[in-house]
Design a binder for this molecule. Sequence first.
Ligand SMILES: Cc1cc2nc3c(=O)[nH]c(=O)nc-3n(C[C@H](O)[C@H](O)[C@H](O)COP(=O)(O)OP(=O)(O)OC[C@H]3O[C@@H](n4cnc5c(N)ncnc54)[C@H](O)[C@@H]3O)c2cc1C
Length: 416
Amino acid sequence: MRYSGFRVIAEALTGHKGWKPVWRDPTPQAEYDYIIIGGGGHGLATAYYLAKEFGQARIAVLEKGYLGGGNVGRNTTIIRSNYLLDGNEPFYEFSLKLWEGLEQDFNYNAMVSQRGIINLIHTDAQRDAATRRGNAMIMHGADARLLSRDEVRQMYPWLNFDNARFPIKGALMQPRGGTVRHDAVAWGYARGADQRGVDLIQNCEVTGMRIENGRIKGVETTKGFIGAKKVGVAVAGSSSKVMAHAGMRLPIESHVLQAFVSEGLKPLIDGVMTFGAGHFYVSQSDKGGLVFGGDIDGYNSYAQRGNLPVIEDVAEGGMALMPAIGRVRLLRSWGGIMDMSMDGSPIIDKTGIDGLYFNGGWCYGGFKATPASGWAFAHLLAKDEPHKTATAYRFDRFLKGLMIDEKGQGAQPNLH
Ligand SMILES: Cc1cc2nc3c(=O)[nH]c(=O)nc-3n(C[C@H](O)[C@H](O)[C@H](O)COP(=O)(O)OP(=O)(O)OC[C@H]3O[C@@H](n4cnc5c(N)ncnc54)[C@H](O)[C@@H]3O)c2cc1C
């Protein structure tokens, strides 16, 4: 079933009786060529590109809950490619280019909105760093603009420009950054993968891996054993738990990240704004709610809910930046489990077990990476070699000291 404006009008006039479920509910087969564990954005995108771009078949995605119930449906929907380092920028710019054509590609309205993102600057040293980052972005074919204090004031006159600790001195802007309706991304990839014959198997938790003579043979699941020639793991916050089935310990910690939505307001913020110095970032949803967040909860956890100290910290950050929100009511908050790597950058790599591949360590920035991550992981699975934009995302970088530490924070996952 293709979507079109005519179809929407025809369905509206005939009582919406013609819509069909957009993916099947298949029974698992005994064996597949490829099993992808995790039906989040990255797992679904991997299956989609494996079938569409790399011509592979006999693919299943195994999801322990429902499609899109993990971080892909819990994030604050920001996309951007404003990275500094060589290992990162080409990958995230590739991702942004894929976002730009995604809706046409999978014929699904994911509400890709390139409304622009600004990172606020508060000191001269920060302006130097932002200039350097902007130049690195431009050199990699991305877009960047340095905004003066007056230009920021023209955009958002109600910001607290003269905060004693964090006066606003300008911003680094990426006009092509923005937001995407997160769960629609999962649905669009799921629908596209299903149309290409991928079995999307929900309520199917992977509980073990069968490995014989250093080679993966398949996975144990709550629906029984399923054989596979190759297995790709893309389970984000559950990475350590799932890879433990293969006897691997990862350079990853799991932490909670919370997000918040306020009651609906009249249009106030037409782009995305980050206030890194105060641990606060914000955009406004199409329904009018302020969508905002801040730092991760500072302890390891697999619980998809957060704690009060971070709520207080985020609210303080918001009040320091935009005191006008002091009387706005909070409508909803939730948490997701972050796969925090030791240098803040992801891993897309083979493992020491033949046929077992890993994708994770996305920290709190994996949503914007979804298309490139899926493409690069599919490339690795199909060709057994890394995609050219993901060559740095290897396990052994921690062994060799080749960390991709975008923030320069060191091996401190809770600071990335
Ligand atoms: C509050 C919040 C805000 C965020 N904001 C942003 C943002 O603005 N921009 C951005 O780029 N990123 C953001 N992120 C990060 C981003 O959401 C994640 O990095 C990304 O979604 C992770 O990849 P995924 O979509 O595949 O993960 P998930 O959707 O979590 O997918 C993993 C799936 O694996 C499944 N699974 C786990 N264990 C098993 C098992 N044993 N068997 C089978 N299935 C299993 C899970 O149920 C889950 O569905 C945010 C995250 C959160 C929580």
